[in-house]
Design a protein around this ligand. Sequence first.
Ligand code: CDP
Ligand code: CDP
Length: 235
Amino acid sequence: MKNQPKSPLTIAIDGPAGSGKSTVARRVAAMLNYLYLDSGAMYRAVALKALQRNISLEDEAAVEALTRETHIELKAPTPDQATAGLKNRVFLDGREVTLEIRSSAVAQAASRLATIAGVRQVLVAEQQRAGQGGGVVMEGRDIGTVVFPNAELKIFLEASPAVRAERRWMEHQEKGELLTIEEVFAEVRARDKRDRERKVSPLVRAADAVLVDNTAMDAEETARLIVFLAHQRQK
Ligand code: CDP
Ligand code: CDP
């Protein structure tokens, strides 16, 4: 029927580090008036807690138990924070850790604990709860394959490894973290390898995901392309 409101979609955006998932997903959500959810922030928040408590990431049972007793909340930024580029505000057991979880050390720890099946089980259930009902853009590594395998639109976002490392390096520079581009490249490459090769829910393109390579596209163009695809999928 012509005047019936269009049903809200579930949009899954997966891809490697620095491919532009957070930036693009947030824009897509704003353009469609959808909820934006960054699943990686959850892995990062648990990683920060494990590092702070000196829990060995090798001790899978301890990390899983820690995940079960952790409360993570993702909230939309205030308009001022959004203008400044903030995507999700992240609260770990009630304390804001939005900026703390973005360090390179936390990223590495997150990708290590993301290999633990029990940790994934807890966080995937949280993500499914948070995104139920649709009208959501969720980004991560396994959203289209595991979290929302029935998502109406799945995007696998790619960019060349050099461009992805350069983008991440620029972000560290802006925050005053003095890492060399070689260090950032090595960090991104190590994480990619671990994410692609792990046994549980590896980073892989879902068979029905649209591959979008945004090496030579800016975030705005990429978001517009995804919104165009979303309109096509809407019944
Ligand atoms: O979430 P993910 O690690 O995939 O990437 P991101 O944090 O969204 O993007 C990393 C950086 O690349 C951000 O500073 C974006 O503004 C930038 N970016 C870009 O320059 N061009 C794009 N097409 C996408 C992202
Ligand atoms: O922003 P960036 O792409 O660098 O990383 P992120 O999305 O914040 O994710 C940090 C780490 O969490 C990744 O390297 C993955 O190991 C893990 N992760 C995952 O396993 N599954 C997800 N759905 C999201 C993140």
